[in-house]
Write a protein that binds this ligand. Structure first.
Ligand SMILES: NC(=O)c1ccc[n+]([C@@H]2O[C@H](COP(=O)([O-])OP(=O)(O)OC[C@H]3O[C@@H](n4cnc5c(N)ncnc54)[C@H](O)[C@@H]3O)[C@@H](O)[C@H]2O)c1
Length: 245
């Protein structure tokens, strides 16, 4: 019960890292509002743990986010995992694709944080955890131009919030996973010209010779969300199986 009675919002909760994290948080006593744009899969969470309430929400929709956040009374933690992987280098990324990644990966984090931070400041306590990536300011990865650019921005995002609001009792940290076996990762494998080889290549680039499971990322999230990490803010937490060694 490391998160007993904490009120936590988890975004991108329908699948992958967000889903595993929502379940882990609820299993440790948190009241979780699990958000996703995909209500069909999201609603499965309702029958998994009664401490999870689901909410369909597009985290890039300003009005919808503000309306939802105005209904929140007490918020201890925002765990934001919304993200989209564009495949390609700079010359493969047109303006529309550029703006889409900025919108989904960066603007969604801004909107959710911008709407919830005033409540946290009022409480004199709050905790923002953003899922970034090792493919960011930490590691240059082929064909991840706009993805890594937005994730690098998120690394600056958490540090800025940590610096500006530390006196208000706000903490802000990022999680930087390597490759995690999630439905969207599986989709990227299947879209490759040779999915069998693509799977092998993804696994080979992890020094440990395996992918992470979403539950392993949830374990790190648990630490950052709990009071065990009270002295931790502005940090970029790699969990990458040695990818960036
Ligand atoms: N899987 C990996 O290998 C990996 C590695 C490093 C970082 N990450 C990051 O972790 C996060 C989660 O990735 P994943 O692979 O676990 O999940 P995923 O990509 O499988 O699922 C993402 C979820 O986000 C939801 N979503 C998308 N846009 C949304 C929006 N506008 N509003 C609300 N929900 C929205 C989708 O419906 C989906 O359920 C992402 O930010 C991703 O960049 C993933």
């Amino acid at each position: 019960m490391r998160l007993k009675n904490k009120n936590i919002i988890v975004t991108a909760a329908a699948q992958g890292i967000g889903r595993a994290t929502a379940i882990a948080f609820a299993n440790h006593g948190a009241n979780v509002i699990a958000i996703d744009i995909n209500n069909e899969i999201l609603s499965e969470l309702n029958s998994i743990n009664s401490k999870i309430k689901t909410q369909k929400l597009d985290c890039t929709n300003k009005l919808a986010v503000e309306e939802f956040c105005s209904s929140i009374n007490k918020i201890d933690v925002l765990f934001h995992a919304v993200g989209f992987v564009h495949h390609g280098a700079l010359l493969d990324c047109d303006t529309e694709e550029f703006n889409r990644s900025i919108n989904v990966n960066l603007y969604s984090a801004y909107l959710m944080s911008h709407s919830l931070l005033p409540k946290m400041i009022k409480q004199k306590k709050g905790n923002i955890i953003i899922v970034s990536s090792a493919a960011s300011s930490v590691k240059g990865v082929p064909n991840r131009f706009i993805y890594a650019t937005t994730k690098a921005a998120l690394n600056g995002f958490v540090k800025s919030i940590a610096a500006d609001y530390i006196k208000d009792g706000i903490r802000s940290n990022a999680i930087l996973p390597g490759t995690v076996e999630t439905p969207s990762w599986e989709g990227r494998v299947q879209m490759a010209d040779d999915p069998v080889q693509a799977r092998k290549d993804f696994i080979a680039r992890q020094a440990m010779g395996r992918l992470a499971q979403p539950e392993e990322i949830a374990s790190m999230a648990m630490y950052l969300a709990s009071d065990e990490s009270e002295f931790v803010t502005g940090t970029l937490n790699l969990i990458d199986g040695g990818w960036t060694l």
